[in-house]
Design a protein around this ligand. Structure first.
Ligand code: OOB
Length: 555
């Protein structure tokens, strides 16, 4: 396995192979086999292009040869930062086939994230859309190649000076999957949400990721007749392989990519493209529920909505069922590190609406433990630990973090607090990790704090989650200031922008306080800050509604 990764111990490797969880094929072999079974069928489409399975294989072959022609070799890393588009599918397959390892980066990432990822991984290349949502990605990537020694090449999805066009014509060569790769080798890197410091790289192998995608497709009843809409960022595990793009390719279905998350557009796309499967976060589901009745009807043919990434309120789940009686509401509780839990399609409403389901695989091992690592009594809540055929054994190049995040016998400490009911379904009741879950996007508090502390005015900073009706949570920054200094929300956000931090991580509220509440070992009491912001918001809310009641009274 690639240097810097933690391999599965040999007895687990043998067991997963022997019991058939892992197969002796690479992702490109598996997708090629699926494609060759029905080459003429539509595989992927976005607003501007549609490819059949045969055309997808050909484009992937061509992209692979472009990567190789410019010097990318097996085992080297490429940062893939593409919006939801057909090229993402072709490029991923190209990488899997060549053995070049894509780092699945979000389009929202800016200089701070890309620089960190490139340095951490010694990436040799970046692939981007030259421009997306008004941001010049090609320019930033070009600048980074001048600053980061390992980074030499910028590939783009359309012609643009100083980048290499992925569509550059190359002569036909050997088809995809002609060469044997190692199924137990790293196929791709996903990104962790980041709980301490900066997000970590998650190495997923061909064998474990194929199992992940195939099994998820089964649990979501995704087949050759299915049409899935990918509107969440396709680089995210949920949209990529849970079951997402990869599960759909393996099942022979159709993947429609969309870049427009506005509810009306979403509904129109679902209707026009006859979408059967919609993976989405609760935030998106809520916006769909808010559509006027005539637009809601556009979702009548949708069969399965799979909701996860952040807590889904039970009331929202029932509202979804009432709004679309033919629709199956499925919950998923997953993580890029591996473990996926799903409610099953034939679960009773009560289970589907109020639990986050049970593990995907019979080989998933689950523990619910107290602070001392002891199993809690049935029905009690505790931290979830997991191990299994598609859960990693360690982050990439992170030996210290691995000591904290994994037990000595290889369980991943999720940082999520769960309760297990008598039928084995999990209910997520909270978390102990220092993170903000903003509409499913994870923000590491420590990462944002490390930027805030660099501000001249700031002497200490702590970022905590505050409740939000639509997004679930938003980030709030508490700071103490140096004597005589001042800071306002807008200035703080401008500062974070200038530091090249992705916008979704910028706190949406700033509270300047006199001193940080500290424990006797000097750690910030974040629970206290969370209660503090909750009370402030509550007070403001009551003042507002009180005011309006008064106004009403006076009128
Ligand atoms: C998915 O993956 P990540 O890596 O972005 O985030 C994982 C974390 C979990 O540890 C948990 O804290 C939270 O996101 N989470 C949920 C949840 N699903 C994920 N919290 C409450 N309820 C849920 N249903 O988010 C992810 C990966 C694959 C499939 C689906 C989601």
């Amino acid at each position: 396995m690639l240097d810097g990764c933690t391999p599965y111990p040999v007895e687990f490797r043998e067991r997963y192979l022997r019991e058939g969880y892992w197969c002796a094929e690479t992702i490109s072999q598996a997708v090629s086999a699926s494609a060759l079974a029905h080459p003429e069928r539509i595989a992927v489409a976005d607003a501007s292009r549609t490819l059949t399975y045969a055309q997808l294989l050909e484009e992937a072959r061509s992209f692979r040869d472009v990567l190789a022609k410019h010097g990318l070799q097996r085992g080297e890393r490429i940062i893939v930062q593409l919006p939801n588009c057909v090229e993402f599918a072709s490029l991923s397959l190209a990488c899997f086939d060549l053995g070049v390892i894509p780092i699945m980066a979000l389009p929202a990432f800016r200089r701070a994230e890309l620089e960190y990822l490139a340095k951490l991984s010694d990436a040799k290349a970046i692939a981007c859309a030259p421009e997306y949502r008004g941001f010049d990605h090609a320019k930033l990537a070009g600048e980074l190649t001048k600053e980061i020694p390992s980074l030499k090449l910028v590939f783009s999805t359309s012609a643009r000076p100083s980048t290499i066009d992925l569509h550059e014509p190359v002569p036909g060569s050997e088809p995809l999957a002609a060469r044997q790769g190692d199924p137990l080798e790293v196929a791709l890197f996903l990104l962790s949400g980041g709980t301490t410091g900066l997000p970590k790289l998650i190495p997923r192998t061909h064998a474990d990721y194929l199992y992940n995608a195939r099994e998820a497709a089964v649990v979501c009843a995704l087949g050759a007749e299915s049409r899935i809409l990918i509107v969440l960022p396709t680089e995210h595990n949920f949209a990529l392989a849970s079951p997402g793009l990869l599960g759909t390719l393996l099942a022979g279905g159709v993947t429609i990519f969309s870049q427009d998350t506005r509810a009306a557009e979403l509904a129109a796309t679902i209707s026009r493209e006859r979408i059967t499967h919609l993976p989405c976060v609760p935030t998106l589901a809520i916006t769909l529920l808010d559509l006027p009745a005539h637009e809601r009807r556009q979702l009548d043919a949708l069969r399965i909505i799979t909701v996860g990434g952040q807590p889904l309120q039970q009331a929202t789940a029932y509202r979804l069922k009432r709004a679309w009686p033919g629709l199956v509401v499925q919950q998923v509780f997953g993580m890029a590190e591996g473990l996926l839990c799903y409610t099953r399609l034939d679960d009773r409403d009560e289970v589907a609406c109020s639990t986050q389901g049970r593990p995907l695989s019979p080989a998933d091992e689950i523990r619910t433990v107290d602070g001392a690592g002891r199993e809690v009594a049935p029905g009690e809540s505790g931290e979830l630990w997991c191990r299994g055929p598609y859960t990693i054994r360690g982050y990439y190049r992170a030996p210290e973090r691995n000591l904290e995040a994994f037990t000595s016998d290889g369980f991943y400490r999720t940082g999520d607090l769960v309760r297990r009911d008598s039928s084995g379904n999990l209910v997520v009741v909270g978390r102990i990790k220092d993170q903000i879950n903003r509409g499913g996007e994870k923000i590491s508090a420590e990462e944002v704090e490390s930027h805030l502390i660099a501000h001249d005015a700031v002497s200490a900073a702590a970022v905590v989650a505050m409740a939000d009706e639509l997004l679930g949570e938003r980030a709030c920054a508490f700071v103490t200031l140096k004597p005589g200094a001042s800071l306002e929300l807008e200035r703080m956000r401008e500062f974070l922008a200038a530091r090249g931090l992705a916008r979704y991580k910028w706190p949406e509220r700033l509270e300047v306080i006199d001193s940080m509440p500290l424990t006797n070992v000097g750690k910030v009491k974040k629970a206290e800050l969370r209660r503090d912001i909750e009370m402030r918001i509550d007070r403001e809310h009551r003042r507002k509604t009180g005011d309006s009641a008064n106004t009403h009274h006076r009128a």
